[in-house]
Design a protein around this ligand. Structure first.
Ligand SMILES: [Zn+2]
Length: 422
């Protein structure tokens, strides 16, 4: 919008002559007053005579998705910054939550309004839009923000400090103190060509969650305890994922953040109802080993499992041997497919991938490897821990731990002794 249109809008909002507003606005801009501030000043100047469409002040708890615009006074609880693509352009936006005594509402600011976490502000003429059935504030070029000198006391936590277990997709301006459990660097096709990113797993004393760092901070490396200030949370394979960006402050902590040793144990039926969980423990019985278990081959390009040397995406390829198990796991309340990677499969098989190759060659049949694995686990109770994803095809658990549950006292004693002996 040019000055004329801004002035026109302002004039009709305030119910005054446009020419007057144009002159005032031009003067303020000549003195390098930022546009938003200039418009706010004029609103204050002409505010008393307002017969226009400026909304009257309302309580946050009263805002509904049928409101088109509102004016509120509230305390800024969180403030996060990130860039998004908007009409083919990269734009930096601020997002977070603001509250008064009556409720909390999310906001998106399309401009820099200069407020900070903890500030009490009056937001004039904010747009209201619907997101996931809830009203959200849209702070745009028609919105004014003024900082109040008296701070509003609100029954909500001010600031983005959170435990990992409390994070939910959509959270902005989050601050966490965590230990990096896993971390690897890889190259992806970004908005502007190949981009290096970090991805892995973070932990604190409540749980573990996956993360992505879009701006490769060197402080983030396995074993490091860090404070991540201004992250946002997105859903990744059904679970919350912590996103670190160029706007995140990464600070190496001089203390070690303890990571929970255990995952919550759930009944399979409950776990399926609750949906995907990044770290969970299930107890049940292996009732079958599915096709595609044992000695398998993967495409060297995309890592997908291939049949007869043919990849669905890359055609005829020279496959790479791998070992895995897809086990049907049942506890009476539900069924999940448990996937064991190479390392856990070697353990239940009782040999390495070379041993499996030898066994298959001697028998001239690679199914003997699957049969050996099935004999070891089918019909036996196991404890399995890992990342559970639930979708329309059912529940699949990617195992990080898998071990038999034994009620035999001799075995228990032996396990205990082994632990004591280290
Ligand atoms: Zn492939």
């Amino acid at each position: 919008m040019d000055i004329d249109s801004h002035a026109g809008e302002l004039a009709s909002d305030l119910g005054v002559e446009k020419q007057e507003v144009v002159a005032d606005l031009k003067t303020l801009l000549e003195y390098d007053v930022p546009l938003n501030e200039a418009k706010q000043s004029l609103r204050r100047k002409y505010g008393g005579t307002s017969g226009g469409t400026s909304p009257t002040a309302t309580s946050i708890g009263d805002i509904t998705t049928t409101d088109s615009s509102v004016t509120i006074t509230g305390r800024v609880l969180t403030l996060g910054t990130r860039t998004i693509m908007y009409n083919g352009e990269e734009r930096t936006i601020s997002e977070g939550e603001i509250a008064d005594e009556t409720g909390v509402i999310s906001y998106t600011a399309w401009d820099t309004f200069g407020f900070e976490v903890g500030d009490t502000i009056t937001i004039g003429n904010a747009g209201v839009r619907e997101w996931d059935g809830e009203p959200q504030l849209n702070l745009n070029e028609n919105t004014s923000v003024t900082t109040e000198s008296e701070s509003l006391s609100v029954p909500y936590e001010i600031g983005g400090e959170r435990s990992l277990v409390d994070l939910e997709p959509g959270d902005r301006g989050v601050v966490v103190e965590v230990t990096v459990i896993e971390c690897e660097q890889r190259t992806i096709d970004g908005r502007s060509g190949p981009t290096d990113i970090l991805s892995g797993v973070l932990g604190d004393d409540t749980t573990r969650l996956p993360f992505t760092d879009w701006d490769v901070h060197p402080e983030i490396e396995p074993g490091a305890s860090v404070r991540l200030d201004d992250c946002y949370v997105r859903e990744h394979r059904g679970v919350p994922s912590v996103n670190v960006s160029e706007f995140t402050t990464v600070e190496l902590l001089d203390r070690s953040v303890a990571v929970t040793e255990t995952a919550p144990t759930m009944a399979i039926g409950t776990a399926i109802t609750e949906g995907s969980t990044f770290d969970v423990e299930l107890h049940g019985t292996v009732i079958d080993v599915r096709d595609g278990s044992g000695l398998i081959q993967r495409c060297p390009e995309c890592n997908r499992v291939i049949q007869n040397g043919q990849c669905r995406s890359h055609g005829a390829v020279s496959g790479v041997d791998d070992l895995r198990v897809k086990a049907i796991f049942d506890d009476g309340t539900g069924t999940a497919t448990v996937v064991l990677g190479r390392e856990l499969t070697e353990r239940v098989y009782g040999g390495t991938i070379e041993d499996a190759r030898d066994q298959a060659r001697d028998a001239m049949d690679k199914d003997v490897v699957t049969t050996t694995i099935a004999e070891e686990i089918v019909g036996f109770e196991h404890r399995v821990r890992g990342s559970l994803s639930v979708d329309e095809y059912g529940a699949t658990l990617d195992a990080t731990e898998f071990e038999p549950i034994t009620d035999d006292p001799t075995d228990r004693a032996r396990t205990l002794l082994a632990e004591v002996d280290g």
